[in-house]
Design a protein around this ligand. Structure first.
Ligand code: ADE
Length: 274
């Protein structure tokens, strides 16, 4: 996979040199290019922003440097051997949610170009222009506003790169991730433990040291259901009951969740004592 980032703060992307992403680069599983947007300005002050048409607070990123930068970075990637066009990813709080599904889909693309913005965002014509020629995805990492898109690029890059074949040591280790597709789909991962068996008088749950794989799997699933019900009741409401077994239904019933007439889960109203 090739990953390009165009930014006015190249140093913000230094973490792409360390840990999982850094190792993937060192092993040749990933090529990363970080490019300074100001290299494509032509005035003495390397200006990348201007006041918004129509008035209002803040500044807007000018279209010309972005256009030149995107053209140059895409040409260079092609010259370096990229046969397919890139997916251009524009981090913005007004984008579609970046989810595990997005991460999985993007991890199958050979080339991603990120365009993190500062200020109030990029002149809309840039997104229109490149959407006409490439696949452009405007993505938000959550319902909060950051000062710029660089931290979201780090978040998305890590979520995507860890899904590349051979990047995680144990090929199984993202199978049970919260939000991974499959048996535990849309359930949060439960608690985990390691040695020693007792720490500050706290012992590891007995089932985990009992060696009974079926019981361990069942316990983990119950923990995942309980944690999801407590932290993300929206996921329980959305859950398709057909994906659950009888034991799951019992566990959820014990947690106060029952099937409604519409065939979805709802919380049983607490009984009011007379
Ligand atoms: N830029 C600023 N806030 C953001 C967010 N929540 N997601 C993606 N890009 C952003």
């Amino acid at each position: 996979m090739r990953l390009d980032v165009i930014t006015i703060f190249p140093e913000y992307l230094e973490p792409l040199n360390v840990s999982l992403v850094g190792k993937a680069r060192a092993r040749g599983q990933l090529d990363v290019g970080v490019h300074d947007l100001r290299a494509w300005t032509h005035d003495r002050h390397h200006t990348v922003d201007d006041t918004p048409y129509g008035g209002g607070p803040g500044m807007v990123m000018k279209p010309e440097p972005w256009g030149e930068a995107l053209d140059a970075v895409i040409d260079a990637g092609r010259d370096a051997g990229q046969a397919q066009p890139p997916v251009i990813i524009v981090p913005t709080p007004s984008g579609r949610p970046f989810t595990q599904e997005q991460a999985a889909d993007l991890s199958a693309r050979p080339w991603l170009v990120f365009t993190p913005a500062r200020y109030e965002g990029i002149d809309r014509r840039v997104i229109e222009e490149y959407s006409a020629r490439y696949e452009v995805r405007e993505l938000s990492i959550g319902d909060y506003v950051l000062a710029g898109g660089e931290a979201p690029v780090l978040v998305m890059a890590e979520a995507i790169v860890r899904l590349l074949p051979g990047v995680l040591g144990n090929a199984e280790s993202h199978r049970d991730d919260s939000f991974a597709a499959g048996a535990m789909a849309d359930l949060l991962e439960g608690p985990v433990y390691t040695k020693p068996p007792a720490w500050r008088d706290r012992t590891v749950p007995g089932v985990l040291v009992g060696g009974h794989h079926g019981k361990i799997a069942r316990w983990r699933r119950d923990q995942a259901l309980a944690r999801t019900a407590a932290h993300r009741p929206d996921l329980i409401r959305r859950c398709d009951p057909a994906t659950l077994d009888q034991h799951d239904l019992r566990t959820l019933a014990e947690l106060g969740w029952t099937l409604t007439d519409e065939g979805r889960f709802g919380r049983a109203a607490p009984r009011v004592e007379e």
